[in-house]
Design a protein around this ligand. Structure first.
Ligand code: SF4
Ligand code: SF4
Length: 370
């Protein structure tokens, strides 16, 4: 749906400047920004995707986001739209992230060569309707995920406001390329958690692979969210030869410890070839193991490994005595050994600020396309 956008300035000759993400596009009349979802109509900026969903949503395990220390075992009602502020060469959701919305937000169009005229119908979902559906599903959390949620700013603000009234927690699964103004609004509306993708610690990687200028806005967003009490977990997708050296992994781990704290859950994910990088290698087990060990040596207490089986990488251990608190196989629990007051049964370590929300020991109803 088309709706007047927030956070933009008028410039000369009917141009506008958008402040919703760190691209801060200057947009000429009749043109769209880099994300293709914000358009200048006669000197006024509109979002084209307000309430435009790719589907009615799906029920996912919260661990799929991935969030391991936030409402473990919860169901995340997951929704997405189209568009993204990045153009990652390896995007696994390129069909939606790189699509163009129509001016009324009712349809999306693929942008890939040869598919330009293929249309996808988008589902119109006003905020009140979404809230009704989430409540009916029984999910305790809602995740804005799959495409980039930061460019969905207005819809996220409006839906989060309503979901809070129903005590449903909201989650951003994001590239973190925000601005101080947009982040402030997300904090004020009460976003509960974010998984932020730090793709690499170098501007060079962000320029070459993602098509944006710098990693710095991502780091700033992570710090801002964390320092304002939002639960933050970090994901780093490790791509062979691009961001997989000991130095890369050490730089990232050190930054996390120094800026977000050693109790920040950190997920290292295995890459598999996709989109414009089909000939790259998969990330080998040894690299994921190296990442785990480097993060461990740096002092990170909650380290997870995804997209590949790793003997420790699915589990949550006590930072004080190393007791296995939550064992996982994929998105299922193999063991839960923590007291009802979230204390370690072995050394009494208190997890109440490290693991947020209730632990649902018998998760169910977590895989459904709605
Ligand atoms: S959200 Fe970002 S990419 Fe989209 S128009 Fe605004 S500044 Fe540009
Ligand atoms: S930020 Fe995520 S959704 Fe956007 S292009 Fe990159 S991988 Fe795809």
């Amino acid at each position: 749906m088309k709706k007047k956008a927030r956070l933009w300035d008028s410039l000369e000759e009917n141009k506008v400047k958008c402040h919703v993400c760190a691209n801060e596009c200057i947009i000429m009349p009749g043109k769209v920004g880099i994300c293709r979802t914000r358009k200048n109509f006669d000197g006024e900026l509109y979002t084209l995707i307000y309430g435009s969903l790719i589907s009615k949503g799906s029920l996912d395990p919260i661990e799929k986001k991935p969030l391991y220390n936030f409402w473990p075992g919860a169901t995340a009602y997951s929704i997405a739209s189209i568009g993204c502020s990045f153009k990652c060469q390896n995007c696994q959701n390129w069909n939606i992230s790189q699509a163009n919305p129509s001016d009324n937000g009712k349809n999306g169009f693929y942008t890939l060569e040869g598919l330009e005229n293929r249309r996808m119908s988008l589902v119109e979902m006003p905020p009140e309707e979404l809230v009704k559906r989430v409540v009916k599903s029984g999910a305790k959390t809602l995740a804005y995920t799959y495409n980039e949620p930061l460019i969905w700013h207005e819809y996220i603000l409006d839906t989060t406001k309503l979901l809070k009234k129903k005590d449903i927690k909201t989650i951003l699964v994001t590239n973190g390329y925000s601005t101080p103004e947009a982040t402030k609004e997300l904090i004020e509306v009460g976003i509960d958690a974010a998984n932020i993708d730090i793709k690499a610690m170098s501007d060079d990687f962000y320029k070459k692979i993602c098509g944006v200028k710098s990693v710095q806005p991502v780091l700033d967003t992570a710090k801002r969210l964390k320092s304002n009490g939002i639960h933050v977990e970090i994901t780093n997708l490790i791509i062979p030869d691009l961001n997989d050296s000991r130095e890369d992994l050490s730089k990232l781990s050190n930054w996390i410890v120094e800026n977000l704290g050693k109790n920040t859950p950190t997920h290292f994910s295995a890459y598999h070839p996709d989109f414009k990088m089909p000939s790259m290698k998969r990330t080998p087990y040894e690299t994921l193991d190296l990442a785990y060990n480097v993060a461990n040596e740096t002092g990170i207490n909650y380290i997870y490994v995804g997209n590949i089986r790793h003997e420790k990488g699915g589990n949550t251990y006590c930072p004080k005595c190393n007791h296995l608190i939550i064992g996982r196989s994929g998105y299922s629990f193999t063991k839960i050994d923590i007291s009802d007051h979230k204390k370690c049964p072995n050394c009494d370590y208190d997890f109440s600020t490290d693991i947020i929300g209730e632990i649902n020991k018998k998760p169910s109803h977590r895989y459904e396309f709605l």
